[in-house]
Write a protein that binds this ligand. Structure first.
Ligand code: NAI
Length: 818
């Protein structure tokens, strides 16, 4: 300081001019965060990283490595190991070896470990924030103020679930060894979302970070080791998609959790089909940001900045489609452009920037390509007047107007700082536009009218809806998608289910053709029923299909014989085909009102009671039919009808009681976790217990507001066809239940391929289950194989497990206060 010469008069003049200019323009100077600690940590490893397996660093078997770079400067940060199949196997073996001791720990002991991880993150918050910012190119403001605090919050929250596991999830335990594959947009946060619930539930983990951003996962593994996490509980295998694929295909991995592109999600769905691996997928999105004309426009502008320019728009739930009510569109676009002109793009460690670098050249090219396409397809593109820095992979905030809803940029996930805007006139039009995408991850709704917001939120097909806010996340609130955005939730109680399974529940996929065994007990209510007999020849009656509330002939007019015990012909049923299924799905969609509106639970309860009542009135006839089809003894057939009536009562009871929750999230507001119906559920019923098995699956689906296309037992379908007339006399709206008889497994595969079926529950052979899971990837429908259960045992065959599969949680964030 002292050695510097005093400024000359001209210099003073320059300085004052500069100061005056700054006052005029209000420009910020650079405010860089020091990179020292992160670079030193890299240096302490000699600039090279192995894989983290069994609590230590190991070299990859093939000796391959790759560079990880800072996308804001293109500087190489480190050499990272490229894992291969053998490395993945070693990591899985380490996780398997660690599993018995880790899962046997009392919840409290695991809670202590998770608490230690939360503290380790907090103690090294600065190192992690800087490292993340360097490796990903995202701004230090975001890593420091959002990513890393949320990582710590996740471990705290899940320390709580570990502590409460035995009391809050009785009978449930870990799934086993979990393979987790994460993307590059929130590297450490995605790690936390994945491993915190997995470890809390007693699973052990093999994690595959994204190739562009491996450093914070490696740093975390080291911190976890130092914090005393037992070796093998968390293993990290770095590399590109190959170790990810090896993890998916490893036979000793019990569950896969994946976040990333829908394309890879589909591959994983197919690879895991028929393996019995549990699966959760968090995929892409094209989330609507809906602005009604009474919204506070200045707040909206700041909301948009957070929605699409946060993390350079590389956010799966980015509000990338701006839907504006016509009357304010022009004014809002003007305001947005003015705001965009002031955004700053620059090096990620500069605390004064709004947007950092795009993660990699390939992503930059993808963004450029899609923007060019938008222009070519005729939309108007606007970017601020300033230029991005040229020493890294930067892309400016971009706004498209005049976009047609069918344009590529309105449909495809761009995953960059590109906002696509459209207009609407009425709330109904806003909802239609919002849902005009195969995705369903998130949505924002902006209006000062809370009635309107709460009317619109349930109508949007998305796992998260933010009212007058956007991109809010918390460990207590589940996050995840509808439709092609994937299935499963991360965070909150709802997220824990992904990492738990019923203990002692060996649900096997098996061929269910075996005849039902008689227990020899006496039925309670109808033990003394009499089977009507007649000496006259029966009137020929071939039951039809039941579609849209009507009994209809199968498309091709064919029927199939139904054999009783000893190969005796007991009847015929219609042979359904693809066209019949299409009609049934259409009818089920048209009946969607079944799941909507206040008081609907009460209405559904009454109808389920009414169905039970009408079945009860015809119990002897139904028992006789079961006996004729399956043989066995009369009392067993009577018990099956009694149990079916009881099951209908159970779900009539549940219809207005399967409540959601109000989550405690750290905002001034509430988050409503609503259990919503999934939509149209295809149900392939079990072969055993032709009436009880069918109703055990159909009733929970109905109670929670879904509509159904049911495929009865192939061998014993007559209980289902008899049931038409019970439904017809019970006030059930047309199309809520549709029943298609025929070759159940072939029909189930067709339903799994149908893009308008939202979920498929399948009971049947292992090959049939595989075929259904494989085909479900088309629209990422949820599948559930309930396995070979004892349908007579209410503990296995009814209750919350069924209701959970019949619903998906939507979290609606509602901030309040002036
Ligand atoms: P990606 O889906 O290929 O990568 C995600 C993760 O999956 C990475 O760890 C990757 O190594 C791994 N992976 C790749 N192929 C695999 C395979 N066959 N089996 C198992 N794991 C595999 O996503 P990518 O290529 O990084 O980005 C492409 C596009 O995907 C983006 O432009 C964006 O549209 C979307 N994306 C969506 C994300 C989200 O959070 N929803 C996150 C990242 C990307």
């Amino acid at each position: 300081m002292g050695t510097t010469a005093p400024p000359t008069a001209t210099r003073w003049c320059d300085v004052t001019t500069t100061v005056a200019r700054i006052f005029e323009t209000m420009e910020w100077g650079p405010a860089p965060e020091a990179s020292g600690p992160a670079l030193e940590w890299i240096k302490s490893h000699g600039g090279r990283f192995g894989l983290f397996i069994g609590g230590r660093w190991v070299q990859p078997r093939a000796g391959e490595s790759f560079e990880t770079i800072n996308p804001a400067t293109r500087a190489v940060l480190a050499q990272v190991a490229q894992g291969g199949i053998e490395d993945v196997d070693a990591a899985v073996q380490a996780a398997r070896a660690a599993l018995p001791a880790w899962s046997a720990l009392p919840g409290h002991a695991r809670a202590r470990h998770l608490y230690a991880l939360a503290r380790a993150v907090q103690k090294h918050a600065r190192l992690l924030a800087v490292l993340e910012s360097l490796d990903n190119g995202k701004s230090i403001r975001e890593t420091r103020d959002l990513d890393i605090p949320l990582v710590a919050r996740h471990f705290y929250h899940h320390a709580g679930w570990a502590q409460l596991l035995e009391s809050e999830f009785p009978g449930y335990g870990p799934v086993g060894v979990v393979g987790q594959i994460i993307p590059w947009n929130f590297p450490l946060l995605m790690l936390a979302w994945k491993i915190a619930p997995a470890l809390a539930a007693g699973n052990t983990v093999v994690l595959k970070p994204a190739e562009f951003t491996p450093l914070t996962a490696l740093c975390f593994a080291e911190l976890a080791n130092t914090a005393g996490l037992p070796p093998g509980v968390l293993n990290v295998v770095t590399g590109d998609g190959r170790p990810g694929a090896a993890l998916v295909e490893h036979p000793q991995v019990d569950k896969i959790a994946f976040t990333g592109s829908t394309e890879v999600g589909r591959i994983i769905r197919r690879k895991t089909a028929g393996t019995g691996k549990k699966l959760t997928l968090e995929l892409g999105g094209k989330s609507p940001f809906i602005v009604f004309e009474d919204a506070d426009q200045d707040s909206v502008v700041e909301g948009v900045v957070d929605a699409i320019w946060f993390n350079q728009g590389q956010v799966c739930c980015a509000g990338s489609r701006l839907l504006v009510q016509e009357g304010i569109a022009e004014r809002l676009v003007q305001k947005l452009r003015a705001r965009m002109e002031k955004l700053r793009v620059g090096p990620s460690l500069d605390k004064a920037i709004d947007m950092g670098a795009i993660v990699a050249p390939v992503q930059l090219e993808r963004i450029r390509g899609l923007v060019d396409k938008g222009v070519a397809e005729g939309a108007t593109m606007w970017q601020p007047s300033w230029a991005c820095p040229t020493d890294g992979y930067f892309y400016p905030p971009t706004l498209f107007t005049g976009v047609s809803p069918a344009a590529t940029i309105a449909q495809v996930e761009i995953f960059g700082p590109v906002l696509v805007s459209m207009t609407f006139r009425t709330p109904a039009e806003a909802v239609a536009l919002a849902n005009n995408t195969p995705y369903g991850l998130a949505a924002s709704v902006w209006t000062e009218n809370i009635n309107l917001a709460l009317d619109v939120a349930p109508k949007i097909k998305a796992g998260v809806v933010w009212i007058n806010s956007t991109n809010l996340f918390d460990a207590a609130s589940g996050f995840g998608g509808y439709r092609e955005s994937g299935f499963g939730r991360e965070g909150g109680r709802e997220g824990m289910w992904a990492y738990l399974k019923l203990q002692n529940d060996e649900v096997r996929m098996q061929n269910e053709e075996a005849p039902a065994a008689s227990t020899g007990e006496t039925g309670i209510l109808h033990s003394a029923f009499s089977i009507p007999h007649s000496s006259l020849p029966p009137i020929d009656r071939t039951p039809k299909l039941f579609i849209g509330g009507k009994q209809v002939r199968p498309d091709q007019g064919y029927s199939r014989p139904v054999m009783g015990p000893g190969g005796r012909l007991v009847g015929e049923v219609g042979e359904g085909n693809r066209k019949d299924l299409r009609d049934a799905v259409e009818a089920a969609h048209a009946a969607a009102e079944w799941g909507r509106g206040g008081g609907a639970g009460h209405m559904r309860a009454q109808i389920l009671y009414y169905i039970a009542e009408n079945l009860s009135a015809r119990a002897p006839e139904f028992a006789a039919r079961i006996l004729a089809m399956t043989g066995g003894d009369e009392r067993q057939a009577g018990r099956e009808v009694d149990a079916t009536i009881a099951r209908l009562f159970t779900y009539a009871a549940w219809a207005d009681k399967y409540d959601g929750a109000v989550h405690q999230v750290p905002i001034r507001g509430v988050t409503l976790a609503m259990n919503e119906p999934i939509g149209v559920i295809g149900i392939a019923a079990p072969e055993r217990r032709p009436l009880l098995g069918l109703i055990s699956l159909v009733a929970p689906a109905l109670a929670t507001g879904n509509t159904v296309v049911a495929l009865p037992s192939s061998a014993h379908p007559l209980s289902a066809t008899d049931f038409y007339s019970v439904l017809e006399t019970s006030d059930l709206p047309s199309g809520v239940v549709n029943i298609v008889t025929g070759d159940k497994e072939a029909l189930a595969k067709l339903l799994a391929e149908h893009l308008d079926v939202d979920a498929l529950w399948f009971c049947g052979s292992a090959a049939g289950g595989k075929a259904v899971e494989d085909a479900s990837g088309g629209n990422m429908k949820q599948t559930w194989l309930p396995g070979a259960r004892d349908w007579d045992d209410a503990r296995q065959a009814e209750g919350r497990e069924f209701l959970r599969h019949a619903t998906q949680v939507k979290n609606i964030w509602i901030p309040y206060g002036e």
